[in-house]
Design a protein around this ligand. Sequence first.
Ligand code: SAM
Length: 204
Amino acid sequence: MGFYERHILPRAMNRLCGVGSLQPLRRRVCSGLAGDVIEIGFGSGHNVPSYPAAVKSVTAVEPSDLSWKLAGGRLAATAVPVTRSGLDGQSLPFEDDSFDTALSTWTLCTIPDVSQALSEVRRVLRPGGKLHFLEHGLAPDERVRRWQRRLDPLQQRIAGGCHFTRPIVDLLEGAGFTITELDVFYEPGPKFAGADSLGIATSP
Ligand SMILES: C[S@@+](CC[C@H](N)C(=O)[O-])C[C@H]1O[C@@H](n2cnc3c(N)ncnc32)[C@H](O)[C@@H]1O
């Protein structure tokens, strides 16, 4: 990780991911989380205020030390115990079947080997466990997809490896999950950036 990735990007992400208009989406995706939860790509903890009371503990997987530090205020304000216990979603240091539910928001775009990360999430979820996801990816419309493909190389360079073009539902199904809830929509603003998939993927 260079200076930009260590010091600039986490601050920029903290700002962008912290905008108030995203809070209703965060509440939606967190609804129904329960028990011992793993959150991959925890960032600076913008989901923390939306954890439901049924959440017993959260294990945060986040490579950026600065993002974890920027989460400090939100961590201090919650009654839910949150522990940072992993640095890379591609290799989770936990036993099989360790978690009841999992959470990923705007992270599957960035993890280099996303299929490996999803198979790791499946491994550590108990059978029947649910991954709650809110992810931007390949748009439903071909006209928007063309723009996404054009802008993807630039996006990867300025946003720490983030892709516009990942087919989120295909990736989840390819990792063996069954999609049990799904809403696909554009966020306000440029469509190429915000073709979101929000839902629940259930492990067999
Ligand atoms: C756009 S941010 C989203 C942060 C947070 N999930 C949110 O909704 O505010 C993407 C996050 O993925 C993290 N990330 C990047 N590579 C990762 C990896 N290999 N494993 C886990 N997280 C990773 C980044 O450090 C960053 O915090």
